[in-house]
Design a protein. Structure first.
Length: 500
């Protein structure tokens, strides 16, 4: 074996004594057989992955894989318990005997593209449901874990780590990278013309808290310690990587969901790295940030194009991007889901980068957007006084047809900002439209107060025809004093009224 560790015999003896059935991985591995990816999952969290027929996690044969998970409970305690996928324990250096294997509970295929595995963390009462899902034809797959506390005690400082020893591209030597915008740890091989990247990142709903890329043995050591150091190596070496998620506490009955993706890209001197998949409602605009990496030896200008498989509108922040040799840059792409898009529709947004001076230097990557039901809220509008309501004042959202009475609630309004208008009735002043913001799963309340119209008064009347005052234009004397006299008289009247 390539990597025989001192504790292998200890792990084996502990395993035999644990009472779990023997490590016949050829029997416990279930497979998703797709193209270009094939993913295997064992009944206690160990995994294997193949990209274009080449295994990407180190394994000496089909019966083992050095890829799995570690769960830490009460991480701040002096001797916190640690639980680990069985096969990877042979690579780890545990500081003491506070760890044990995950215990298999159930293991099966939901369908041809989904494997669901349930395993327990010893007698802690914590159970993990792991789901591996793949869309055939994609160069990435989704893995998620639901960690549920079925015990009657609260655990604090909970940590979940997933990773292992990489065998990227069949070369087994890789350079480590960390992209802070995608929060992705990824690998590149020495020759970008042979392989692209292999990367691991959390979904936008569950970004990783810590990461590590380094020598495979160091990866396992940090995993066994329950803390990744947030570093990568900048030299080519026998590589591994891992991500870590933290949670302050897990109370009885609580669940913690982690979603992550692992991806591969095609070979090329430019790499396009898509962000995690998203969901959105019809009419919603989603902004995705793609990362581009120039793997060439000179600064290059790239022309960018974006396209939606559903024909939805896309908008690029910039149609060109200049990237120095060996550096990365980001570009935002907006995708607007069609207002009439059916729930459940999955669109593939693809960004393609092509060198402006050499169209043979090109690459692309994609992200999937799934249409979900609109996020909605409700609105209640109260109208006062009662006399206005009795007179027939009602409300509605501008652009809609239904008028509502005071106190009525309109439900199922898509999240967003709206104006509310009111029906005009005689005897009450017109009220301008008011603006409200509808929030998801909430009822927003608004109030409108109407005032009676002021009584109409007759304005001053002009002189009878033929009795107009003589013009004062250019004149002087007594006629020029008339307006001033009138103003003085009015002022006196006002003063008298104030004195009363």
């Amino acid at each position: 074996m390539k990597k025989l560790r001192v504790l292998f015999l200890v792990c084996l003896l502990l395993f035999i004594g644990s009472g779990v059935a023997g490590a016949q991985y050829s029997d416990t591995f279930l497979k998703i057989e797709g193209d270009p990816l094939e993913i295997w999952a064992a009944n206690e969290g160990t995994m294997a992955a193949y990209y274009q027929g080449q295994y990407q996690y180190y394994q000496s044969d089909d019966n083992e894989s050095s890829w799995g998970s570690v769960l830490v409970l009460d991480g701040g305690s002096e001797s916190f318990p640690t639980y680990v996928s069985e096969e990877i324990c042979s690579w780890m250096t545990f500081p003491d005997d506070r760890w044990e294997y995950f215990t298999p509970v159930s293991h099966g295929k939901v369908d041809a593209w989904t494997i669901r595995t349930v395993y327990r963390a010893g007698d802690s009462g914590v159970e993990i449901t792991q789901t591996i899902a793949y869309t055939n034809g994609s160069s990435y797959y989704r893995k998620s874990w639901v960690i549920k506390n079925n015990s009657d005690r609260t655990y604090t400082d909970v940590r979940f780590i997933h990773g292992g020893d990489a065998y990227f591209g069949g070369d087994d030597e890789s350079l480590g990278h960390w992209d802070p915008s995608l929060r992705m740890v990824y690998l590149t091989n020495p020759d970008p013309a042979i392989t692209g990247i292999m990367g691991f990142y959390g979904a936008s709903s569950s970004p990783a808290d810590h990461y590590y890329e380094g020598s495979y043995s160091d990866v396992f050591d940090y995993m066994s310690l329950g803390q990744l150091p947030d570093t990568v190596r900048d030299d080519y070496h026998d590589s591994g990587y891992a991500l870590q998620w933290n949670r302050a506490g897990l109370a009885p009955g609580e669940s913690w969901t982690i979603v992550a993706y692992e991806k591969w890209t095609a070979a090329g001197l430019v790499q396009v790295l898509a962000p995690p998949d998203r969901q959105g409602a019809p009419g919603e605009t989603i902004s995705y940030t793609f990362t581009l990496a120039n793997e060439g030896d000179q600064e290059t200008v790239y022309n960018l194009t974006a396209g939606s498989s559903s024909g939805w509108n896309t908008s690029l922040e910039s149609s060109t991007l200049t990237i120095p040799a060996g550096q990365t840059a980001s570009v935002a792409v907006e995708l607007t889901i069609a207002p009439g898009a059916a729930v459940g529709t999955k669109d593939i947004l693809t960004l393609t980068a092509t060198a402006a001076d050499d169209d043979s230097v090109t690459n692309s990557d994609s992200v999937t957007t799934e249409v979900i039901p609109p996020k909605t809220g409700s609105l209640t509008v109260t109208i006062e006084p009662a006399a206005a309501v009795a007179a027939g004042v009602q409300w509605r959202r501008t652009g809609t047809t239904t008028w509502f009475n005071s106190g009525a609630t309109e439900s199922g309004i898509p999240v967003g900002t709206y104006t509310i208008e009111f029906k005009e009735v005689p005897g009450f002043e017109k009220l301008d439209a008011i603006e409200v913001a509808i929030l998801q799963d909430q009822t927003v309340s608004a109030a409108a107060i109407f005032f009676p119209e002021p009584p109409k008064t007759e304005g001053p009347t002009g002189p009878e025809p033929g009795n107009e005052l003589p013009s004062t234009d250019g004149g002087g004397g007594l006629l020029n004093m008339v307006p001033a006299a009138i103003m003085a008289l009015a002022g006196a009247l006002i003063l008298k009224r104030k004195k009363r």
